[in-house]
Design a protein around this ligand. Structure first.
Ligand code: FMN
Length: 384
């Protein structure tokens, strides 16, 4: 099939993956209203077309937290990516390194962090889910430090796992899940051979030893739901800091009050996110909340964002709304599932081309310089 956009990669992933995996990637919590709002609100942000601005040399590069990036983009942490493609996290990290953007490895990756670090030509970032067993978490942080990781993305919007009904319907969870997954896998022989057979082991590499093996890929969602720590509060950040001398980025802030608390607690970067609509269905879109958070704390810490970006133009919109960089979740997962490392590299090229052309047509030459000036107010005159 012809691939020219992230939407094409979504369709290619749908064709290649067993249904339970496609729905796990594609779905959101509840009635998926927040998932839909992320995309609808973002796409309704109107860009201001300018002419005669002399924008021959567009510069997409940027820098955050001591890291240079060729694009204002990061690869978001995606649990279980090693089930989308053979040793998927290794392929994803290699693609990110080749295109000069940070790769954030999920706590719940199939490939252990040591395998991904060894395979990647560029330092990776590690995402942290706080699980109940603090001794185990301490050990995982020590492993990450020993592997040379310096950036920790602490996800704080998952004190409980969002309720995702698609997963029950598809066989990712729910009754007779293993039998249903097996029959779906047999219906996708290319995936079954490449990933099901050749991509083993499928254990969750970072947490396989958790509680003597209670965290298993087989009962993935049930085990996460049972083991995430619901007691998280701002003192948990001190606990992490005492064990992590490197940079810490909080992921999952969606409200100005929480952003102000983050500043008060000395946080230097946040990812404004609603977890791609996978947690609180009914929460507002990131496009809606980002400008308010930028107004509240944009000068006090680094603002990154995710949730809803499906094109380079969406990246441009989120930059204009106040983000300094945008993490790609599903766009990355679809490309990885469809075509592995090459697919992710091509997806990043597509985003770069869309961003470059969008910037030229808006008359801006530097990604670092994008601001609200490129937005058009809504028809009723309200802010973009
Ligand atoms: C299949 C899938 C798995 C995810 N796993 C994780 C994870 O392990 N840790 C995490 O912090 N966020 C996780 N997320 C959320 C993403 O990091 C990111 O916040 C979200 O996908 C952004 O929205 P988008 O998909 O619309 O780009 C996951 C998202 C998806 C789609």
């Amino acid at each position: 099939m012809i691939i020219s956009s992230a939407a094409d990669y979504r369709e290619a992933a749908r064709r290649r993956l067993p249904r339970f995996l496609f729905d796990y990637i594609d779905g959101g919590a509840g009635a998926e209203r927040t998932l839909a709002a992320n995309m609808a609100d973002l796409q309704s942000v109107t860009l201001r077309q300018r002419v005669m601005q002399g924008v021959a040399g567009v510069d997409l590069s940027t820098q955050w937290l001591g890291v240079a990036a060729d694009l204002p983009v990061l690869i978001a942490p995606i649990g279980m990516s090693g089930m989308f493609a053979r040793r998927g996290e290794v392929q994803g990290a290699r693609a990110a390194a080749k295109k000069g953007v940070p790769f954030i490895l999920s706590t719940l990756s199939v490939c252990p962090l040591e395998e991904v670090v060894a395979a990647s030509a560029r330092p990776i970032w590690l995402q942290l889910y706080m699980l109940k067993d603090r001794g185990f978490m301490e050990n995982m942080l020590a492993r990450a430090r020993a592997a040379g990781i310096e950036h920790l993305v602490f996800t704080v919007d998952l004190p409980a796992l969002g309720l995702r009904y698609r997963d029950a319907h598809s066989g990712m969870a729910g009754p007779f899940a293993p039998q249903r997954r097996l029959s779906q896998a047999l219906a996708k022989p290319a995936w079954a051979y490449d990933v099901g057979l050749m991509g083993r082991p499928h254990a969750l590499g970072n947490v396989a030893a958790y509680l003597g093996g209670a965290m298993k890929q087989k009962n993935y969602l049930r085990d996460i739901a049972a083991n995430v720590d619901p007691t998280l509060d701002w003192s948990t950040l001190d606990w992490v800091r005492a064990r992590w001398p490197g940079r810490i980025i909080l992921k999952g802030v969606l409200d100005e009050a929480d952003a102000r608390d983050a500043v008060r607690c000395g946080v230097e970067a946040i990812i404004v996110s609603n977890h791609g609509g996978r947690q609180l269905d009914g929460a507002p879109s990131v496009a809606r909340m980002l400008p308010r958070i930028a107004d509240a704390v944009g000068d006090d810490l680094l603002l990154l964002a995710d949730s809803g970006a499906r094109s380079g133009l969406d990246v441009l919109r989120l930059l204009a709304l106040g983000a300094k960089g945008v993490a790609l979740g599903r766009a990355y997962a679809y490309a990885l599932a469809a075509a592995g490392q090459g697919g992710v590299e091509n997806m990043l090229d597509i985003f770069a081309a869309e961003l470059r052309v969008g910037m030229m047509l808006c008359g801006v030459g530097e990604a670092k310089g994008v601001g609200r000036g490129i937005l058009i107010p809504k028809i009723d005159g309200s802010a973009p």
